[in-house]
Design a protein around this ligand. Structure first.
Ligand SMILES: Cc1ncc(C[n+]2csc(CCOP(=O)(O)OP(=O)(O)O)c2C)c(N)n1
Length: 932
């Protein structure tokens, strides 16, 4: 057999050893030397003959050893004993010597250097080294890193695993501290179980090591300079983590179990409803060591908090108070996400969040993931839940190192935690610990698990807790006195009992702080900017850096922009210019701006060009980062093709740094329904549930333009459905100036009256002359929640119909032929749909004393759009002054027609009906005109 018959890495490794031997025989260990001494492949090759038989056997065995070692490193985790309940690992044939044509005797005869790595150095033979490898890779830890493609990372992980560098200290203080911590964790659950039998708490028991793991990660990250940890976690073990990692006082948690109605009702007048205790968030009030720890509140929707926590970490690590790009330092914050095993594999938002991890605008410098793997998802087994081999399978595709670890082995668990933060500190990348434990009770404490898992729960019933096991181990090896474990149990029970005995639930209960904006603050904000300043900023934004070559098709637009301020009363400000100037002036005011969304840098409709690319070199130019008047950073990022995680991320970023203007743009408005969980569970309800005050801006391009059911409607009904207690603003602007003012108003209100802002933005109107505004509109105007019909005001006495509409349909109305003839109709725009502009609308209606009916005109079908929301409010407002009519598409399952021609017909009818005082329709139609 010739050496070249061996292929790949094995032959390469043997050759490398042999070359080393040829250059310097002393450079290999004596046993390897002896083999090479009897082997002369170079001579064989030169003579074109096969090696002598004994040599071939030796090579075969050498390669066998190398292969065996490699397989243990790659697949050893398949044989690791990860399940505390004792199920057999699947194993793999390649982990046995026989699979590689070798025996134990061969291994004993061969040198340890063939195995390589730290274990080889301390071993007398390949056999000994392989045994050591087995102890590392096939015991209670499964190192799963073969999918890492970067050699430096893989090598580091291999060395870290094999060197035992990250094993925790085993001195008496440390081992006792772990026992004390585990006792605290267990006793807390036992106390709650006893005191509040059957009450849901989603006990941590079976995964108790989660708390010491978090301790270790947080302390380790602090040693590396991190100052803020952000913990995103679901229900399981949350109360325990709140109590012991975030130091939430026992009294507060116990008071929540008591659920004192009096304390809760204190804030219901402010629109505050609260949430169940295992959704609550917390923040340490003083640094723990050098670290602040924050756990954002989260809804029941599993994993939905993942991008939120990651976005918070990004915000906390970003400095934005300087001109130019925002500066992110991943070293100062560390996000930690605690996942469920069924949820990690089942919820798509996990994949979306992992996909953010290495993207420029989203990376956090490494998120540490822990799967709290209790081998069940409610009643579902792993076989029901995932198609991957492990719950963590998804992480492999994102090249995240994975350590599976048996939750009953504290040493292995702590080693995994130490490895996690060291890896993060070194490479700034994500790391995953798959903590394999069990669930001592049912899904919740009132649930009977043995209906569906009878065998498993038989085992669990007699399975000692990790505290008991660790205590026994320490007693057995003489590290602690035999009575200590029970003494610790008593100590922690005593503490809880004392707190409970003194508990006054009404006082201990702490509702979240809910800020209530001063009434009417939004309408008082002055948002105009002096013309001179606007002109200067406009010029600065258009400055051409030496040598930068703009795309030739952009030149005309830039010329137009340059001339935009030549005449203050000319409609020269289009939508994109208004946005650019609004953002620039916000930056001049010292408010940082972050803008993200699919293709936002250019803009879906090629209108924004916030990032220019040199036509010759591709070099980027971002004027909003360059113009000298700016006093805060501007960042803009094309987002990945995700709605749910990207909205969640921006929500997190926003609530963490509420003084920055955060804008997310949907590619088309209706795509925001991909983020419906984020809207319902976070954006619109966060204040009512948790006292959070988001102020995120959503730009939702849409338009009934005959392009089918998609992208016609931005689905305002979805936001209006959720609108209550002044929890959001929803606007549908019809002019560039309105857009300018509403953005500036949002920035101005960030501190005193923060609310999420939804802007239904246009598509075809982006460049429409009737939507363009004058420079003076930017100087003198302010955002108007209702715009009256200027043209009709002169003939107010002759107006017998007021048609109220919102958005693009206004342009269709005033450009229609009927506009010239129907002199009896005033067309008023409702620019703000929520909060309902009652006062402004009342004023407008009051100007038309002869009005005989008020029309609500919308392009959407009757069951969509703003109508269902507006109707009772308008009826209330109009009273018995006159009837209210609806003009719009008839109820429909789909937002619009699937044909441009049909759209034209419907749209024409719609406009005609708005002007037709009788409202009669003679033929079957999609359009509905009716008195209500
Ligand atoms: C998005 C979503 N779907 C369904 C549920 C209902 N649910 C609550 S917990 C749970 C099981 C979760 O299993 P796992 O992720 O393994 O966490 P565990 O409860 O076992 O800790 C389910 C299905 C939910 N909360 N969220």
């Amino acid at each position: 057999m010739r050496l070249d018959e061996f292929s790949g890495v094995n032959a390469g490794y043997v050759l490398e050893l042999f070359e080393r031997y040829q250059q310097n025989p002393q450079s290999v260990d004596p046993q390897t030397r002896r083999i090479f001494e009897s082997w002369t492949p170079a001579a064989d090759e030169a003579a074109g003959r096969a090696s002598a038989p004994p040599t071939a056997v030796e090579v075969h065995k050498i390669v066998g050893v190398v292969n065996l070692a490699e397989c243990i490193r790659r697949y050893g985790h398949l044989a690791a004993r990860l399940d505390p309940l004792g199920s057999e690992p699947v194993g793999d044939p390649s982990l046995a010597p026989a699979a590689h044509g070798i025996t134990d005797a061969d291994l004993k005869a061969l040198p340890s250097s063939l195995v390589g790595g730290p274990v080889a150095e301390s071993s007398a033979s390949a056999y000994e080294a392989i045994e050591k490898l087995r102890r590392i890779y096939c015991s209670t830890t499964g190192f799963d890193y073969a999918h890492i493609f970067v050699p430096e990372e893989r090598e580091w992980l291999r060395h870290a695993a094999e060197s035992g560098w990250f094993l925790p200290p085993m001195d008496p203080n440390s081992v006792e501290a772990v026992l004390d911590r585990l006792t605290q964790v267990e006793v807390f659950e036992r106390f709650l179980h006893r005191t509040f039998p059957g009450k849901t708490r989603f006990s941590i028991e079976g995964l108790d090591m989660l708390v010491p793991i978090l301790d270790e990660i947080i302390c380790g990250a602090a040693e590396h300079g991190a100052r803020h940890a952000l913990l995103g976690m679901a229900h399981r073990g949350r109360l325990n983590v709140l109590a012991h990692v975030l130091d939430k006082p026992y009294a507060e948690i116990l008071a929540e179990f008591k659920d004192p109605v009096a304390a809760r009702s204190l804030r219901t007048d402010l629109g505050w409803m609260g949430d169940v205790k295992y959704h609550a968030g917390a923040r340490t009030t003083a640094p723990r060591g050098q670290m602040y720890i924050t756990m954002p509140p989260n809804p029941s929707h599993l994993e939905a908090v993942d991008p939120v926590a990651v976005g918070m970490a990004r915000a906390a690590g970003t400095s934005a108070n300087q001109r130019g790009a925002a500066q992110f330092d991943g070293g100062i914050t560390v996000p930690i996400l605690i996942h469920g095993d069924a949820a990690f594999s089942g919820q798509g938002i996990v994949a979306e969040t992992l996909n953010l991890s290495r993207l420029t605008g989203y990376s956090t410098g490494g998120t540490i993931h822990v799967i709290a793997n209790n081998q069940l998802g409610f009643t579902a087994t792993p076989q029901d839940s995932y198609s991957t081999s492990y719950a963590s399978g998804l992480a492999r595709g994102f090249k995240i190192p994975i350590v599976h670890v048996n939750a009953d082995d504290p040493v292995a668990c702590l080693e995994a935690a130490r490895l996690a933060w060291e890896y993060r500190a070194r490479f700034g990348l994500d790391f995953l610990i798959d903590l394999v434990g069990y669930r001592r009770y049912g899904h919740n404490e009132g649930d009977e698990p043995s209906f569906t898992q009878p065998m498993m729960y038989k085992v669990i019933g007699s399975h000692p807790t990790v505290r008991e096991r660790w205590g026994q181990t320490l007693v057995d090896n003489g590290s602690i006195p035999a009575e200590l474990p029970e003494a610790l149990v008593r100590k922690h029970f005593d503490e809880l009992e004392a707190v409970y005995a003194a508990l006054k639930p009404e006082q201990a209960y702490v509702p979240p702080v809910t800020s209530v904006p001063p009434p009417g603050s939004a309408s008082r904000v002055a948002t105009g900017v002096p013309l001179d300043r606007l002109r200067e900023i406009n010029d600065a934004l258009l400055a051409r850096p030496a040598g930068f070559v703009f795309h030739r098709k952009l030149e005309r637009g830039m010329e137009r922009r340059r001339a935009a301020f030549a005449n203050a009363d000319e409609r020269s400000i289009d939508w994109a210019t208004a946005e650019d100037l609004a953002l620039a002036t916000i930056l001049v005011d010292g408010i940082p701006v972050r803008m993200t969304g699919e293709d936002v840098e250019r803009g879906t409709f090629s209108h924004r060009h916030a990032v220019f690319h040199d036509a010759g070199t591709g070099t980027q130019l971002i004027p909003l980062q360059e113009f000298p008047q700016a006093r805060a950073s501007f960042e803009i990022h094309n987002s990945p093709l995700s709605e749910n995680a990207t909205v969640g991320f921006e929500f997190g970023y926003n609530v963490q740094e509420p003084k920055r203007l955060v804008i997310w743009e949907a590619q088309y408005g209706d795509f925001i329904n991909g983020a419906q969980v984020m809207l319902d569970q976070f954006v619109t309800s966060a204040r009512a549930k948790w006292g959070l005050t988001p102020s995120l801006v959503f730009l939702l391009p849409h338009g009934y333009e005959g392009q089918g059911p998609e992208h016609s409607s931005a689905r305002p009904e979805r936001f209006l459905d959720a609108a209550a207690d002044i929890n959001l603003r929803l606007v549908n602007c019809t002019t560039a100036a309105q857009y300018f003012h509403v953005l500036r108003r949002q920035a101005a209100l960030l501190e005193q009256d923060p609310l999420p802002l939804f802007v239904l933005t246009p598509k075809s109107l982006l460049r429409h002359p009737l939507v363009a505004s004058t420079p003076r509109d930017l100087e003198e105007g302010r955002f108007l929640s209702v715009i009256d019909d200027d043209d009709a005001r002169d003939r107010a006495g002759g107006i017998d119909r007021v048609a109220l509409c919102s958005g693009k349909v206004y342009v269709d109305l005033i450009t229609s032929d009927h506009r010239g003839t129907a002199r009896n109709v005033a067309i008023c725009r409702v620019e703000q749909l929520y909060p309902f502009p009652k006062i402004a609308l009342n004023e407008v209606l009051g100007r038309y004393p002869s009005v005989r009916d008020v029309v609500w005109l919308q392009e959407e079908p009757e069951n969509m759009g703003a109508w269902q929301f507006m109707r009772p409010l308008l009826e209330d407002l109009i009273g018995d002054r006159c009837p209210l009519r609806y003009v719009g598409r008839a109820r429909s399952a789909s937002p619009s027609e699937g044909s441009a021609a049909w759209h034209q017909v419907t749209q024409r009818k719609l406009i005609q009906q708005a002007f037709d005082i009788d409202g009669t329709i003679s033929e079957p139609s999609m359009v509905l005109s009716k008195e209500v």
